[in-house]
Ligand binder design. Structure first.
Ligand code: SF4
Ligand code: MG
Length: 316
């Protein structure tokens, strides 16, 4: 079966001052199957949001391809581009900043419906109510304003807005990072419920592996604009191959105190290098506990080292 999304050699570079090039996204390759949740994880500045924005074509790609249902997103025009804009929607990180404070919740949710001319009058109203209920809010909320809601409720409104025009695919860019820990799980559960009910496919972006664990079928780990590992959630948590993934996992506390006491933490040396001046060879080598001399000279190839398990590291 054809994947719903295929990303091939995708690059997004920005020209910055002093003739420098910021390689924010540098040669990504992965595919997402219909109905799947793909978690994209990495520290801030690794390029994961830029990747999301290039995939949905908020940014034009520098090179490479994004295929959505087999069509190259960056070459779509006219009606096909308009259809794509309906089929792929985004949920943003900050539910405070992403909702217009002067619009009622009902009008915020119906904005896409209005732009795409999908429903009017009683049908439009019914659609808004259906969406409010689907995200755990209620009919009276339609006439209120965003400031009257908590962070978790605002994110529910953002999700309802994204769903309003019946997309197939949602890019959620750190949708729970700004929320209280106590409501994060509720919002993750809402994403799961909606996926089941509506057959949605998700690209779920997060800055740590703990946040994507319970929602992702497969996970990609990014470092300095590159994917360093992609595999199923089970394989990633059970047997991470890349030293960077291993360090990220070792930072997640384990609920069992016995294991927590005895296991080894991998503490990374140094800071993430500037993406404007990445190390030669392997981008992770300045912090890698296993770095060898070849790592400074040769960029490791991103390849399948076990079935459905891809990584970019000279150890394999
Ligand atoms: Fe570490 Fe070398 Fe592997 Fe890079 S290629 S992650 S530096 S062992
Ligand atoms: Mg971001």
């Amino acid at each position: 079966e054809q994947p719903i999304l295929e990303v091939r050699n995708l690059k997004k570079h920005f020209q910055v001052g002093g003739g420098k090039t910021l390689k924010a996204v540098d040669d990504l390759n992965f595919a997402i199957r219909r109905g799947e949740t793909f978690g994209l994880v990495g520290e801030s500045g690794c390029g994961k949001s830029t990747a999301g924005r290039t995939i949905i074509r908020l940014y034009e790609a520098t090179s490479g391809e994004v295929l959505f249902n087999g069509e190259n997103v960056h070459q779509l025009k006219g009606k096909k581009l308009h259809d794509f804009r309906r089929q792929m929607q985004m949920v943003f990180q900050d539910p405070y900043a992403s909702l217009n404070p002067r619009m009622t919740v009902g009008n915020i949710i119906a904005e896409g419906v209005d732009i795409h001319g999908m429903y009017t009058g009683a049908k439009r109203k019914e659609r808004v109510m259906e969406l409010l209920r689907a995200v755990g809010l209620n009919d009276e909320h339609a006439n209120r304003f965003p400031h009257e809601f908590s962070g978790g409720q605002r994110q529910r409104i953002g999700i309802a807005r994204a769903l309003a025009i019946e997309p197939q695919f949602i890019i959620a860019d750190e949708p729970i990072s700004a929320l209280d820990v106590s409501v994060q799980a509720q919002v993750v559960n809402l994403f799961k419920k909606l996926q089941k009910e509506r057959g949605l496919t998700y690209l779920f972006i997060a800055h740590d592996l703990a946040m994507v664990k319970h929602i992702s079928d497969r996970i990609g780990v990014m470092y300095l604009g590159k994917l360093v590992e992609v595999t199923t959630s089970e394989a990633l948590y059970a047997k991470p191959l890349h030293p960077y993934t291993q360090s990220l996992l070792s930072a997640i506390p384990i609920p069992d105190p016995e294991i927590e006491r005895t296991r080894e933490r991998i503490i990374l040396q140094g800071e993430i290098p500037s993406p404007l001046n990445p190390p030669s060879g392997c981008p992770f080598r300045t912090r890698c506990p296993h770095a060898m001399s070849v790592c400074a000279e040769v960029m490791p190839e991103f390849k399948e080292v076990e079935p459905n398990h891809y990584t970019a590291c000279h150890l394999y």
